[in-house]
Every structure is written in structure tokens, then in C-alpha cells.
Design a binder for this molecule. Structure first.
Ligand SMILES: [Zn+2]
Length: 387
């Protein structure tokens, strides 16, 4: 088709202006105007920008198709996975964004109802007790809307998680913890030469993970690492999350060191799942806060606080999951400590104390830095004699 451009008049222009006004991109001074004026052009450009189209202020085939898809509002029709020609539209984008916010894996919110979206919706349906057919009709939409108002904690599964943790008691014995040393194999992570040495993040975090494994195992925890010391191929985050899910892990801890061009950047930060809109995994957030506070209290690393991130690793894991950036390998101050095995042991004690505190009921929680991790071992050792 010949692009509709500034200066054009006609019913097609009226239609374009109507869709743009519906998207709040155009304030309709004259609602029924059929003139492609400067305001319309500006709105078309904004629309193109927001949809990742080439921004030329004209409505060609591609922009027309995107405008057409933009007409649909969630709830106006039933959504399902149709082959070979999938449904597309703004309503699908809204649905995908809602599912993403709640932690379901729809991939990118691309406004196309593909197999991944159908699968994510089916998972949501299963978790709220609906028939998991991957079709978004009025019942499913009602559940989505009801949860949308009530649930700030993200997926229904996360709310059940908090309950399960509260009811499972304080013991660590028999729990499964997956420890994920970041990077590995062909991906060394952060590398910092120093004299004849070259420190690599992958090696150091693997050592840290092994120490943590030892401590947790001594407390009766089943521990699994996501990779060996020299795993040949780099394991993508999606596979690391899959591994933890398939083991039915209770806790997932990913270990990294940070790095920055500025050597003055230093400190520890902990991340849990969450989005910009304030949707967050409540249990992940609690674990991140505990890990962060215990490490700061026990090591004196600068407190760069805990933060919400929508990274695959945190989004796809179905248990409280955190990623800890334990100091900057590029900071001479942090590095001197991180390369010291005794310092790494203190980090490990802090993480064990945090995991233990997560299982204490909030009203019985103890002050940061007060758990004696070696004591924990003694108590458990006494308990395991029964076996
Ligand atoms: Zn890293």
C-alpha cells in the first residue's frame, strides 16, 4: 500500500487518529477530523518508537498492521494458540506483561500468542486451580484481574511458598539447597591480573561454593552445585534454573563477584526476583535481605543493599532464589579480602546464618550476626546420631 503521510485526508486518517487517541498518544482536538496534521504525525512517530518500528511518521503496511493490532483491549475476545497463523494484538501484549510481572515465562512481550505464551498461561491456570488449556477466556481473565488487585507478592505459587516455609519449622536437616557458582568453562567471568597472578571470578566463586557446600552439608542440608570446577561448556542461566527446579530445591543461591572500570567501586549486593512495577517474590526478597545483612555484619564489606531484578535465573527458579555479588574483584580493597580463604569462610558463615534465619518464624528471628554457625553444626550432629 502507498504510505499514508502528513497532509493526506480521508477515512483511513480518521481511523488512524482514532486508534492513536485510544492509546493516549493523540489528544483529539477534533475527534472526527480526517486530516493527517502535525499532531497526528507526532503521535505516529511516538507509536512507531514504542513498537520498535522505523520511525518515519508515515503509516505504511507495517505500521498499519501494528495499529490494527493495537485496537484490541484485553477481554474483548478469547485468546488461544492458533496455528499456523497466531493471534496478534495489544490485548495479547497486556496479557504477556501481566504474566511476566507475576513471574511466568512468556519470553518477550511481543503481542503474539505463541506456544510459549499458551504454556505460561496454562501454568498460571494450573496454579490457581483452573483447567490448564492455555486459552484465555472470561474465567481466566477474572482470576488474573482478581489476583492483580490482591496479590503484590507475584505468583500464587510464591504465596504458597511463604506458607510452606512458615509451616515447615526451623530445621535445616533434609532441605535441598542448590548453589550456583557463576560463569565457568569458557566463561571465566571477571578476570583481574595482579603481578604474576590472574584472579578469575569463575574459580573464586567455585571455591566459595564448595566451602558453602561443606558448611551446609554439615548442618544436614542436601547440597547440589550447578557446575563443577572446570565445567567445559558454559551453562546458560535457564539450564541452571531448570536444574534447581528439577531437584525440587528449597533454596537457590547464585554466587558472583562484581567488577567495575572504576577501582573505587566496592561492596556486596544481593538480588531477588522482582519487576519495576513492584511485583516481587516475597520469600526471595526476605532471603536476599537476610543474606545481605549477615554478610555486611560479618565481613564489613560495604553495603550496596538488596535489589529486585527480573533476570532469567531469578524469574524461572520456583523457590526462594538470590544472586549475591560478594564484593568487587576490581576493587583493590575488596580483592585483597576475597582472595583470602579465611575471608571466604566468613562469607560462607554469613550465608549459612541467613538460610537458617529464613526458616525461623519472623517473631522468633534473632539479631543479625548472632547465629554461631559452628553451634548449628553441633546441634545437628547430635540429632543425626539417630540415623
Ligand atoms: Zn559474575
Amino acid at each position: 500500500m502507498r504510505p499514508i503521510r502528513p497532509g493526506d485526508r480521508g477515512p483511513a486518517v480518521t481511523e488512524i487518529r482514532r486508534v492513536l487517541a485510544g492509546l493516549d498518544l493523540l489528544v483529539p482536538s477534533a475527534p472526527d477530523s480526517d486530516e493527517f496534521d502535525a499532531h497526528t504525525e507526532r503521535a505516529v512517530r511516538a507509536f512507531q518508537q514504542s513498537r520498535g518500528l522505523s520511525v518515519d511518521g508515515r503509516v505504511g503496511t507495517e505500521t498499519w498492521r501494528a495499529l490494527d493490532a493495537a485496537r484490541w483491549r484485553l477481554g474483548a475476545r478469547t485468546l488461544y494458540h492458533s496455528v499456523p497463523e497466531p493471534l496478534t494484538g495489544e490485548d495479547i501484549r497486556s496479557l504477556q506483561e501481566r504474566l511476566l510481572e507475576m513471574g511466568y515465562d512468556v519470553g518477550r512481550a511481543d503481542a503474539i500468542y505463541g506456544v510459549r505464551t499458551a504454556r505460561a498461561l496454562a501454568q498460571f491456570q494450573r496454579e490457581v486451580g483452573l483447567i490448564p488449556d492455555g486459552t484465555c477466556g472470561p474465567h481466566t481473565l477474572n482470576s488474573l484481574r482478581r489476583l492483580g488487585r490482591k496479590v503484590v507478592g507475584g505468583r500464587p505459587q510464591w504465596l504458597r511458598e511463604s506458607d510452606a516455609i512458615r509451616q515447615s519449622g526451623p530445621t535445616l536437616v533434609g532441605r535441598t539447597v542448590v548453589i550456583d557458582p557463576g560463569h565457568g568453562g569458557s566463561d571465566p567471568g571477571m578476570t583481574v591480573p595482579e603481578g604474576d597472578l590472574c584472579w578469575t571470578e569463575a574459580d573464586l566463586v567455585h571455591d566459595l561454593a564448595s566451602r558453602l557446600e561443606g558448611r551446609l552439608a554439615a548442618a544436614g542440608v542436601r547440597v547440589q552445585l550447578t557446575r563443577g570446577p572446570a565445567q567445559r561448556d558454559h551453562l546458560p542461566d535457564v539450564d541452571r534454573a531448570d536444574l534447581a527446579n528439577s531437584l525440587g530445591a528449597d533454596v537457590f543461591i547464585s554466587l558472583h563477584f562484581d567488577g567495575h572500570a572504576n577501582p573505587a567501586a566496592e561492596g556486596v549486593a544481593t538480588y531477588h526476583y522482582g519487576t519495576d512495577n513492584g511485583v516481587t517474590s516475597a520469600t526471595g526478597e526476605r532471603l536476599a535481605g537476610l543474606v545481605q545483612r549477615e554478610i555486611v555484619a560479618r565481613t564489613g564489606l560495604r553495603d550496596c543493599r538488596s535489589h529486585a531484578k527480573a533476570w532469567d535465573l531469578l524469574r524461572l527458579t520456583r523457590m526462594p532464589a538470590v544472586r549475591v555479588e560478594v564484593g568487587y574483584l576490581t576493587s583493590p580493597t575488596d580483592r585483597a579480602r576475597l582472595v583470602d580463604p579465611r575471608f571466604r569462610d566468613r562469607v560462607v558463615e554469613a550465608i549459612v546464618a541467613a538460610v537458617q534465619r529464613m526458616y525461623y518464624p519472623i517473631e522468633r528471628d534473632v539479631p543479625t550476626g548472632s547465629i554461631d554457625v559452628s553451634q548449628l553444626r553441633a546441634v545437628v550432629a547430635a540429632g543425626t546420631v539417630v540415623d
